[in-house]
Design a protein around this ligand. Structure first.
Ligand SMILES: [Zn+2]
Length: 344
């Protein structure tokens, strides 16, 4: 009889103990999430601040943005490329016959797998934007194109991914690039490809991220999703976060050709652009796309910024760890270029 009582007492103690443990770990998780959200908010508020004057290529403020990203990469533990100036890749362009100097910001994580570490997954997001509206900078009127959604949001997600992937380095090596000159015609991405610190065929997949605005926070949009043969294994962890992963709406599929990802696709490298959720271009989007209203205000949806960043990092993790990476579908116009690139 005594034995039964003792067993009951032990059972009750065990139940109380495990409940306490699960409460503690739940509290820890929500504390971590809160911290991550605060960090993302800080990145966004800094990059999209009036002080950075719209991060126009060639300006002092764009250099400050580049330095900020470089130091975030350092803090995350990324390695710099030997041929770069610390994390900065100096880039020179001719814009309107004027020489403009700016920088891509890049670093990498070395993969852990004996063979797969020689393959690179590349994550990128452009950090430049449009600068200041001319002829409208008299007092009281907002003249700064802050580019919070385009693309401080994506840059914050890139920094988040750098930090997350550094915690548990994946099988493949991963390159992180914050590109310059996207708004001037993907000039920074092109420069990176033409002066790439690794052989092009070592880059096996590109996850770009970019967007102008969002009107549906239950989803993310994936430009190029229909061009690439994806196994469901890549999307399941994201779907478990409660986010739908959809291709760009049909009538907006052309946007795939308008961002940095296209520079990689043209070289044959399978690439997609992850964008915040939108189902159509409505007033909610047009209010912000290349407008001075695209700011990091108090009512910006910072919870969605965290979710978007988690999705981006998770996808990057899945692809960097997978047995084999997704490749172009046979019917994609980039398939042949891909076959050519990787048979070299
Ligand atoms: Zn953009």
């Amino acid at each position: 009889m005594m034995k039964v009582v003792w067993l009951k007492i032990l059972f009750v103690l065990y139940t109380v103990f495990s409940l306490a443990i699960s409460c503690v770990s739940e509290n820890q998780t929500s504390a971590v999430r809160k911290q991550e959200k605060n960090e993302l908010m800080a990145h966004l508020r800094f990059l999209a601040s009036d002080e950075l004057m719209g991060r126009k290529v060639g300006t002092t403020e764009a250099h400050i943005a580049a330095r900020y990203i470089a130091e975030q990469f350092r803090a995350a533990g990324l390695q710099p490329f030997e041929t770069f100036n610390d994390y900065l890749q100096p880039v020179e362009f001719l814009i309107d016959n004027k020489e403009v100097s700016c920088q891509n910001v890049a670093g990498f994580i070395k993969g852990t797998h004996r063979q797969l570490k020689n393959e690179y997954v590349l994550l990128c997001a452009h950090y430049d934007h449009l600068g200041v509206q001319h002829g409208k900078n008299h007092s009281g009127e907002d003249s700064v194109y802050n580019g919070a959604r385009d693309n401080a949001m994506g840059t914050a997600a890139l920094i988040y991914a750098a930090k997350e992937l550094s915690k548990f380095p994946p099988n493949r090596s991963v390159i992180f690039v914050a590109t310059t000159g996207e708004e001037e015609g993907m000039l920074g991405a092109r420069y990176f490809m033409e002066h790439c610190p690794v052989a092009l065929q070592q880059i096996v997949f590109v996850l770009n991220n970019d967007g102008g605005g969002f009107n549906d926070t239950t989803q993310i949009r994936v430009g190029g999703k229909n061009q690439i043969e994806f196994l469901s294994q890549f999307w399941n962890p994201v779907i478990n976060l409660g986010v739908a992963c959809l291709p760009y709406p049909k009538e907006l599929a052309y946007l795939y050709e308008k961002g940095d990802n296209i520079v990689f696709a043209e070289n044959g490298i399978p690439s997609v652009t992850i964008s915040p959720g939108f189902d159509r271009i409505d007033d909610e989007i047009l209010k912000y796309v290349h407008q001075t209203a695209d700011e990091a205000t108090d009512d910006f949806d910072y919870s969605y910024l965290l979710k978007f960043s988690q999705v981006y990092a998770l996808l990057a993790q899945e692809i960097s760890n997978a047995q084999s990476v997704p490749f172009w579908k046979k019917e994609s116009e980039y398939y042949r270029r891909g076959v050519k690139l990787y048979s070299n």
